[in-house]
Design a protein. Structure first.
Lengths: 207, 207
DNA sequence: CACCATACGGAACACTTGTTCCGGATGTCA
DNA sequence: TGACATCCGGAACAAGTGTTCCGTATGGTG
């Protein structure tokens, strides 16, 4: 990304400013989430508005560049976890990391459900990789009995996105987030068959 | 609410318009969520902007009036459920209803966590009632063994708010919502002690 | 019916947002 | 160093927001 659209190398100041814009956007997105304004980015970068638009045709392009980058890093992390061997640790650890990064960067939840993501942008490719990785982990975790068999991707992603959104919006205070996640993850685990012969679990009074 | 601030009865057209505004706001909030604009409400009500501001000093006042009303109806529903006797059914049924209403009305999630709710507004009173009712249900459900003992209000509300937010933002498609909720609720239920003597559950390979 | 406090409508204001545009500055290369 | 393509800054534009204001209309009353 140090080249012109026509292959010419960028001028030194242009390259410098491009980096500044990216770094500033990173900071501002972490502070304000996806509602961060272009003016806030410009100010943080110490740069004019026109400079931003010279490098990124639109706000969405700029933000997606950063989100895609974060997704990419996460996927790399996830692959490392997966390679480590312990699938239960990888599965739950990865989900935890996703929520953690959401909390720090306030910018991931939409990418998980694919909300408002177009088919041809760069985000959707890496988002697909992300989902594929999660699915791999899910399948293997189920095969090894660490996760209930009837958990499917749609509800897994729905719950994950919900957690990320809540965290991004500050609805999960830092000290309750781990407890909430623990409860959520327990719902992912296989239920152990009770001695009770009939009826759905948890729907009976009298201990 | 058919009276002046000074106790005088409202003029007929004023009373009529007030009702129209409330109904329109209901509709528009259900359609657009909390980002609904005052102009949209005015248009839906067939009324001028000034008319809205005559009855509600601010956008927040109007929206909180409606949210408080929805919370009030929900609390009534919840009390009925509680009185029915089956605490497990009441607890999980009530939580389900809250999420359902969130989906229809797109306007509850903030009220649950108390996000941006001031101390002296009308919403916070009923929101407190709501939380108290949930806590009553939680405690009784735990006493009867339908819910795990270590589930506390903060994480319960955090998870509930997350589900509501996700649903309001359309991140939970209608057909996955029940499955996601079922998984979430399973996390609320008591874990049955495994025959395995040591180690954390779900962290072991080999089925 | 006539009066007037009450209520209405919507233009106008102040502000924020994303985006465009262009005169002027600046890096690069002969 | 000079020349010029490249790049920068920020004013300006268009669209949206919540809110205020005031001339006009109207329901209730004597």
């Amino acid at each position: 990304m140090t080249e012109d659209a026509a292959g010419r190398p960028l001028r030194a100041d242009a390259r410098r400013n491009r980096a500044r814009v990216l770094e500033a956007a990173e900071t501002v997105l972490a502070r304000d989430g996806l509602s961060a304004s272009m003016r806030a980015v410009a100010e943080e970068a110490g740069v004019g508005l026109g400079t931003i638009y010279r490098h990124f045709p639109t706000q969405e392009a700029l933000y997606q560049a950063i989100i895609a980058d974060r997704l990419r890093k996460l996927v790399t992390e996830g692959e490392t976890l997966l390679a480590a061997g312990d699938i239960a640790r990888a599965f739950f650890g990865f989900l935890t990391r996703i929520v953690e990064v959401s909390a720090e960067k306030r910018t991931l939840s939409d990418a998980l459900t694919g909300a408002g993501v177009d088919v041809k942008d760069g985000t959707s490719d890496i988002a697909r990789d992300m989902r594929a990785l999660i699915e791999t982990m899910l399948t293997r975790a189920q095969r090894e009995g660490a996760v209930r068999d009837d958990l499917r991707m749609p509800e897994l992603l729905a719950l994950l996105a919900a957690a990320c959104t809540a965290v991004e919006r500050g609805q999960w205070q830092a000290h309750v987030a781990p407890r909430a996640l623990a409860v959520l993850f327990d719902g992912f685990r296989p239920r152990v068959r009770r001695d009770v012969p009939e009826g759905e679990q948890g729907a009976h009074p009298e201990p």
